[in-house]
Ligand binder design. Structure first.
Ligand SMILES: Cc1cc2nc3c(=O)[nH]c(=O)nc-3n(C[C@H](O)[C@H](O)[C@H](O)COP(=O)(O)O)c2cc1C
Length: 207
């Protein structure tokens, strides 16, 4: 009986494994100072990237990711929110340089995605697994950004671990803000990445 091949079965013929190896190994973090300032990525591309994010694996069909996309004037709202929250709470530890960075760093990006984990409450899924699923979604973002010839990186700096920041990103107390993914057009590519030999990280047990 004839069975039509699933799309997944056709993928090796369309994207060779060797090509995917190159994509995975040449994906690099590209930081805001390497972006082409003021160049905006087409929103439609970002939409495609976010669809890829939501196709990450998850345990128990929990889909625990929760993203907000900031662009245009939205970048200014994010910059203003994070810098003012810092100012309100820093007290005697206030540093002008940190305040300045929180105000200006987002404006270097074309789009910034806040990376949220919405805690699964309907099933018995450990928190680590909700976080892991969101990290898989972020890797889909990383690879998609690379495939589109764009630059980006995941940052956990600034207000990431401030519990008072959560509502701004649509997160409740039990949820987690896991950071931000900055995206921009690349002016200065990243070079010089290294990894340890896999023998140091991968053990084979064959008998
Ligand atoms: C969970 C996570 C958090 C990260 N947070 C930061 C960060 O706060 N600041 C930063 O410069 N890079 C951050 N990065 C990006 C790393 O610097 C980058 O992945 C690492 O240097 C390896 O480079 P590569 O991504 O080009 O392989 C983070 C990456 C991950 C996975």
């Amino acid at each position: 009986m004839f069975h039509a091949a699933t799309f997944a079965q056709k993928i090796p013929a369309m994207i060779s494994p060797e090509l995917f190896n190159e994509l995975a190994r040449n994906r690099r973090s590209v930081f805001p100072d390497q972006f082409d300032p003021g160049k905006r990525v087409d929103d439609e591309i970002i939409r495609e990237i976010m669809i890829n994010a939501t196709w990450a694996p998850d345990h128990g069909r929990s889909e625990p990711w929760h993203f907000s996309v900031f662009t245009g004037e939205g970048l200014k709202s994010l910059a203003s929110f994070q810098s003012e929250l810092y100012k309100q709470e820093a007290g005697e530890n206030f540093k002008e340089a940190t305040y300045y960075k929180l105000q200006h760093q987002p404006l270097k990006a074309s789009h910034i995605i806040s990376i949220g984990m919405k805690r699964t409450t309907t099933k018995n899924i450990p928190e680590t697994e909700d976080i892991s699923a969101v990290a898989c979604a972020v890797q889909n973002i990383y690879l998609s950004v690379t495939a589109y010839g764009l630059g980006g990186y995941w940052t956990t700096g600034g207000i990431t671990y401030n519990a008072n920041a959560k509502p701004f990103f649509g997160l409740d107390e039990k949820d987690k803000l896991l950071g931000f993914f900055y995206i921009g057009k690349v002016a200065i590519p990243s070079v010089g990445a290294t990894r340890s030999p896999i023998e140091e990280k991968v053990r084979w047990i064959e008998n």
